[in-house]
Write a protein that binds this ligand. Structure first.
Ligand SMILES: NC(=O)c1ccc[n+]([C@@H]2O[C@H](COP(=O)([O-])OP(=O)(O)OC[C@H]3O[C@@H](n4cnc5c(N)ncnc54)[C@H](O)[C@@H]3O)[C@@H](O)[C@H]2O)c1
Length: 260
């Protein structure tokens, strides 16, 4: 594809995890639209097929990889595949993350924490590790992790998810410092409520509850996956060349509201 903007991503190579739906799909489409080549991966083949179809429709360049982003073997394979296909890893969007059922801290189940941490923390950590090894060889690269506003605040009932997203933000800032002088930038996006499949289903089944939550957000609406993707692509672009270690709120002002 020919680039029609000044993002500097045309002809660049990268990866997006959990690209079979939601924010990951929007990010994969946005990178392709910016003229980048993108390896899209997901644990579920059906969603990934649909993302592939959408990129193909626009004439974008991509490859697919099915794999569980919590596994180090998948992280290693994904990075190696991008380099084998296209010669470099210029950007990476580590987006895979899962939630938990809502319950108070005293009822927390260690096995549930381990599941959340295996994807959100250890998955992100091992992807970053293999990406950074490759980017260090090149002397360049940009990584964006999908954290959450839950990685900056508390959220009653969601302790495992909150702790995991604080860890993502902690890893982001630590790696940003370690690699800042080596030409590699590492940032996070911190989405607020974003209209991906789960929230769209909730909106359809409980419209009143949905409207009440949306009305409590300063912009009076939830975010779109494309709005998260735009932030990811920009953070990976030449336009963000002096930005590293930033934990970027993409949340319609919700994070600064100081809700009771
Ligand atoms: N949607 C929101 O409101 C919101 C808010 C804050 C943060 N986030 C974060 O954004 C990221 C994406 O969330 P979303 O809402 O777009 O998700 P989604 O539920 O719309 O899509 C999730 C995708 O992840 C894939 N996936 C699940 N486990 C995986 C694994 N182990 N390995 C590889 N792929 C896996 C699924 O198959 C699916 O295609 C997550 O890290 C999530 O925590 C989302």
């Amino acid at each position: 594809m020919t680039e029609t903007n000044s993002l500097g991503l045309a002809g660049k190579n990268g990866l997006v995890t959990a690209a079979g739906d939601g924010i990951g799909r929007a990010s994969a489409l946005a990178f392709a639209a910016a003229g980048a080549r993108v390896l899209i991966s997901d644990i579920a083949p059906e969603g990934l097929e649909e993302t592939a179809r959408l990129i193909r429709e626009t004439g974008g360049t991509f490859e697919t990889l099915i794999g569980d982003a919590s596994l180090e073997s998948v992280a290693e394979e994904t990075v190696a595949r991008v380099v084998e296909l296209w010669g470099s890893l210029d950007f990476a969007h580590n987006n895979a993350g899962i939630g938990t059922a809502n319950s108070p801290f005293a009822d927390q189940d260690r096995a549930a924490w381990e599941r959340v941490f295996s994807v959100n923390v250890f998955g992100t950590m091992t992807f970053m590790k293999h990406e950074l090894r490759q980017m260090e060889k090149q002397g360049s690269g940009a990584i964006v992790n999908t954290a959450s506003m839950a990685g900056k605040n508390g959220s009653p009932g969601l302790s495992a998810y909150v702790a995991s997203k604080w860890a993502v933000n902690g890893m982001t800032q630590t790696a940003a410092l370690e690699y800042a002088a080596k030409g590699i930038r590492v940032n996070s996006i911190c989405p607020g409520a974003t209209l991906t499949t789960a929230l769209r289903n909730w909106k359809a089944s409980s419209p009143d509850a949905y409207d009440a939550v949306a009305a409590s957000i300063p912009m009076r609406r939830m975010g779109e996956p494309e709005e998260q993707a735009a932030a990811v692509v920009w953070l990976c672009s030449a336009q963000a060349s002096y930005i590293t270690g930033t934990l970027l709120n993409v949340e319609g002002g919700d994070g600064i509201l100081g809700k009771p």
